[in-house]
Design a protein around this ligand. Structure first.
Ligand code: NAP
Length: 253
């Protein structure tokens, strides 16, 4: 144990959607800081991420579950607590995007995105929050998006879900800040993952996006990990209800 406010020794984290992309990078960074990690993906329980966590000398479990299935939320928190002993950190990272013009946007896609991107974050926070309230401490980090602030193009359900995530973050922070729980969010900019594969494949859109990023490059999943570690650690103990933009400068432009 050290007095380093960025260490997470003895802590247990559940990171949803940590089989790949941003979630995998966050899970690995938390393990490097000393946390044991419950990994998760929809189909892949996060084998590669578990390997990375174990190589860092930390314990890992992996769970495959579709967050559109509400029973999965209870099971994720139950298994994390049963198998790793407690839950100190919840990172609501799993999410998906579907693109279509608004008049063609299907009810099915709307319902799925709201359920997975927003409702699951609320229900997981409620489940983990109960335990954090009992132990008098906890950290919840929600992964929002620049589309918590902007409307985007052809992504009405995604923008609505991420706007909702930013508001949920503030609502939970207001209730739980005095009870030892920090609830914050990260709004990543344009990061090179499966989520943005279609955008990066569209030469015109890709060029327009790149031209607007002051850092002059797409972000990498690892660009998000440092911000996540800060919000999961003692270092951020007086930070509540904040949506931290990590975007290569996009929002300043
Ligand atoms: P990604 O590489 O596509 O990873 C998404 C993760 O979420 C995967 O592990 C996936 O599991 C999981 N997931 C998707 N649908 C799920 C479902 N129905 N049930 C359970 N898990 C599900 O995307 P990413 O870019 O790392 O995205 C991570 C988060 O960052 C998302 O919330 C996304 O909205 C947000 N974000 C991304 C960007 C960006 O530019 N990439 C920008 C802003 C915000 P499987 O792999 O098993 O399908």
């Amino acid at each position: 144990m050290t007095n380093n406010p960025f260490r997470l020794d003895g802590k247990v984290a559940l990171v949803t959607g940590s089989a790949l992309g941003i979630g995998a990078s966050i899970a690995t960074a938390l393990a490097a800081a000393g946390a044991d990690v419950a990994c998760h993906g929809k189909d892949d329980p996060g084998e590669a991420t578990m390997d990375a966590v174990r190589k860092l000398g930390r314990r890992a479990i992996g769970m495959a579950a579709d967050l559109a299935d509400r029973a999965a939320h209870t099971e994720l928190v139950r298994r994390t607590t049963a198998e790793l002993g407690r839950i100190d950190i919840l990172v609501n990272n799993a999410g998906l995007i579907r693109r279509a013009p608004a008049v063609e946007y299907s009810d099915e896609d709307w319902d799925l995105l709201i359920e997975v991107n927003l409702t699951s974050a609320f229900r997981l926070s409620r489940l983990a929050g109960k335990q954090m309230l009992e132990q008098g401490s906890g950290k919840i980090v929600n992964i929002a998006s620049l589309l918590a602030f902007q409307g985007g193009i052809l992504v009405p359900a995604y923008a609505a879900s991420k706007g909702g995530i930013a508001q949920l973050t503030k609502a939970l922070a207001n209730e739980w800040a005095a009870k030892g729980i920090n609830v914050n969010a990260i709004a990543p900019g344009y990061i090179a993952t499966d989520n943005t594969a279609a955008l990066r494949a569209d030469e015109g859109r890709s060029r327009q996006i790149l031209e607007r990023i002051p850092a002059a490059r797409w972000g990498e999943p690892s660009d998000i990990a440092g911000a996540a570690l800060f919000l999961c650690a003692e270092a951020s103990k007086y930070v509540h209800g904040h949506v931290l933009v990590v975007d290569g400068g996009w929002m300043s432009r």
